[in-house]
Design a protein around this ligand. Structure first.
Ligand code: NAP
Length: 242
């Protein structure tokens, strides 16, 4: 099955899972509008600036993307981040605001704005996380944000019942991307250590899961896909070779 003739918006498309999803969707035949703050890193049919924490930026992005694509069939919410790997008592007002604004409010806002344009047969895919299913230590903000994404996804599924729009959460474990570099505030050594001694998943592995959900027959809704590296049994448990 292909996505020939379909149009899609992908957020967080300048890096990692979002960028891989843009490639996979285009390879399957879709025309894709890609959004992120670093526009120089966007490679898509319609590359546009997007800051999901900024309502005006989201409104501009969605209306221009929908117009240039000629309507919308798919939204993939991939924009997201974590800040810090610390006990909760070291959290700050600023980190809390950024993580929740990006992962929760941003995803909800983009979903609301895109729903107004989604054609019948449309599909929304949220990139959740294993962190939204089981807590792990020193990740309270990120865990809270991904639990919220999971709650929102299932509540929206209830509201969408009866409408011809599908909804999926893809919940990955360890994927090697810039995620750890961002989380560890640019500390390259610590970020590299996250992926040391373990074969993490690649962004393409996750993009294939997104594509799988999108290409099921219209009467099939993949509610959730949980994918982990073989050497990872839960958010906090990874078997390393060293
Ligand atoms: P990544 O390589 O750091 O990519 C994150 C993307 O989010 C970038 O394109 C970034 O673009 C975008 N982004 C961040 N803040 C944004 C904002 N305010 N507005 C618009 N875009 C924003 O990390 P990744 O691993 O691909 O993460 C993608 C998603 O997967 C996230 O939701 C993350 O929580 C989830 N996830 C990752 C893993 C993992 O192990 N890597 C596991 C489970 C879930 P700009 O900075 O250019 O704006």
């Amino acid at each position: 099955m292909t996505l020939d003739g379909k149009t899609a918006i992908v957020t967080g498309a300048s890096s990692g899972i979002g960028a891989a999803t843009v490639r996979a969707l285009r390879a399957a035949g879709a025309r894709v509008a890609a959004g992120a703050r670093r526009t120089d890193r966007l490679d898509a049919d319609v590359p546009l600036a997007l800051d999901v924490t900024d309502p005006a930026s989201c409104e501009r992005f969605v209306s221009e993307a929908a117009e240039r694509l000629g309507g919308l069939d798919v939204l993939v919410n991939a924009a997201g981040l974590a800040l810090g790997r610390d006990p909760f008592w070291d959290s700050t007002e600023e980190d809390e605001r950024i993580v929740l604004e990006t992962n929760v409010n941003g995803l909800i806002r983009m979903t609301r704005l895109c729903l107004a344009h989604l054609r019948d047969g449309g599909h929304i895919v949220n990139i959740g996380s294993v962190a939204g299913r089981q807590a792990y230590e020193q990740g309270s903000l990120y865990v809270a944000s991904k639990f919220a994404v999971r709650g929102f996804t299932y509540a929206l599924r209830e509201d969408l019942l009866g409408r011809p729009i599908r909804l999926t959460t893809v919940d990955p474990g360890l994927v090697e991307t810039d995620f750890s570099r961002v989380r560890l505030r640019g500390d390259e050594e610590q970020a590299a250590a996250v992926y040391r001694g373990v074969e993490a998943m690649t962004p393409d592995d996750i993009a294939e899961c997104v594509l799988f959900a999108l290409t099921r027959p219209p009467h099939v809704n993949v509610d959730e896909l949980v994918v982990k590296a073989l050497a990872q049994s839960s958010g906090g448990r990874i078997l390393r070779s060293e």
